[in-house]
Design a protein around this ligand. Structure first.
Ligand SMILES: CC(=O)CC(=O)SCCNC(=O)CCNC(=O)[C@H](O)C(C)(C)COP(=O)(O)OP(=O)(O)OC[C@H]1O[C@@H](n2cnc3c(N)ncnc32)[C@H](O)[C@@H]1OP(=O)(O)O
Ligand SMILES: NC(=O)C1=CN([C@@H]2O[C@H](COP(=O)(O)OP(=O)(O)OC[C@H]3O[C@@H](n4cnc5c(N)ncnc54)[C@H](OP(=O)(O)O)[C@@H]3O)[C@@H](O)[C@H]2O)C=CC1
Length: 291
């Protein structure tokens, strides 16, 4: 099936990055969120990121303008019913995602492919709440979307081959690389990455190191581009905790228990960059460790 129009639900950091790369690759994008502010913030973030690409000669000013012209926004979920492909990128909470799919299904044209950018939640379970589990897949982009090469493709138990091939072709049109993962908690990248981040928080909790020494150790000692606590702030501590909970509940193994300090930061509303404070405080000129 040829995909031309793409509906994106959730205009947070992932939704805006996904809209950016699809528009730049020539798809028509309709972005939805429950808040007008979120949609406006997403449009200005996309413009800023496109400007950065223009200033680094990655794209031309005309390509930037054409991409922005291809992005429309709506607060009405049912407007996405006529698109060829829907990518759900709302908050990492199963009840939120289920409610979105249940509200959207009655408005969908028959061939629309449904996907979720979930970091961890069962694709089979989400698909079972729709009228088309055979046309439902996990479509997992990495952050920051305009830069990261990988897209994980996750089939639910009922996903058909045509849907897989359509999404594989879409990934190629975006100039990215697909990796297939089976539908088990947190798939591949987060099954490996998130326990590492959680262990870094335990290392902080137990006083083995402070924020600066933990991040510097992994940057200089293991050549990671960001330290694990800096990366956790970048991803969002609410998302990190949600993923650890899915791993812990889904695999029933204590090795995945979320660090109580991670829970405490989330309970404080210190979610990382997106709220101005997490393992670092971003409210001044330069980030300052909070421990
Ligand atoms: C949680 C999940 O479900 C799955 C996930 O996504 S896990 C997270 C996966 N992501 C990572 O692990 C990211 C690790 N960090 C990095 O790779 C790098 O630190 C980084 C690419 C984010 C920034 O790199 P850097 O060298 O520190 O910064 P900088 O030189 O300014 O930027 C490098 C490039 O990224 C771009 N960039 C940086 N931040 C960006 C952002 N937030 N949005 C878009 N583009 C961004 C820059 O424009 C630059 O682009 P070009 O190379 O095309 O010129
Ligand atoms: N952060 C990351 O590094 C990565 C995240 N992901 C996944 O992508 C998804 C989004 O994450 P991310 O962008 O970081 O999260 P954000 O918190 O940045 O954005 C989520 C957005 O979804 C909105 N939203 C909440 N409920 C609804 C709804 N019912 N309808 C429409 N929009 C809604 C939120 O609005 P409001 O703020 O008003 O609640 C917010 O604007 C999650 O599933 C996450 O696991 C995948 C890869 C990487």
């Amino acid at each position: 099936m040829a995909v031309q129009t793409v509906g994106i639900i959730g205009a947070g950091q992932m939704g805006n990055g996904i809209a950016h790369v699809f528009a730049l690759a020539g798809f028509d994008v309709l972005m939805n969120d429950i808040s007008r502010d979120a949609l406006d913030r997403a449009l200005s973030q996309i413009e800023k990121n496109l400007d950065r690409q223009v200033s680094r000669d990655k794209i031309s000013a005309d390509e930037k303008k054409a991409a922005l012209d291809r992005i429309k926004t709506t607060l009405t979920l049912s407007d996405l019913g006529q698109t060829d492909l829907v990518i759900e990128a709302a908050t990492e909470r199963e009840t939120v995602k289920q409610a979105i799919f249940e509200d959207l299904v009655p408005h969908l044209k028959p061939n629309t492919i449904l996907t979720s950018n979930t970091s961890s939640i069962s694709i089979t379970r989400l698909a079972s709440r729709t009228d088309r589990p055979e046309k439902f897949m996990g479509f997992h982009f990495m952050n920051p979307v305009p830069i990261m090469q990988l897209v994980e493709l996750i089939r639910g138990i009922a996903t058909d081959q045509a849907t897989y091939e359509t999404l594989h072709a879409v990934v190629e049109k975006l100039g990215k690389t697909a990796a297939s993962a089976e539908d088990f908690p947190a798939f591949i990248v987060n099954r490996i990455l998130m326990p590492m981040i959680n262990e870094a928080v335990y290392t902080l909790y137990e006083g083995v190191g402070n924020v600066k020494s933990i991040d510097e150790s992994m940057k200089l000692g293991a050549n990671h581009p960001m330290g694990p606590l800096e990366l956790a702030d970048f991803i969002g501590l609410d998302t990190c905790l949600a993923i650890m909970n899915v791993l812990h509940d889904g695999l029933a193994d204590t090795k995945y228990r979320p660090c109580p300090l991670l829970t405490k930061y989330v309970e404080a509303g210190w979610l990382g960059r997106k709220t101005g404070r997490g393992f670092y405080d971003y409210r001044g000129e330069t980030p300052v460790p909070t421990r």
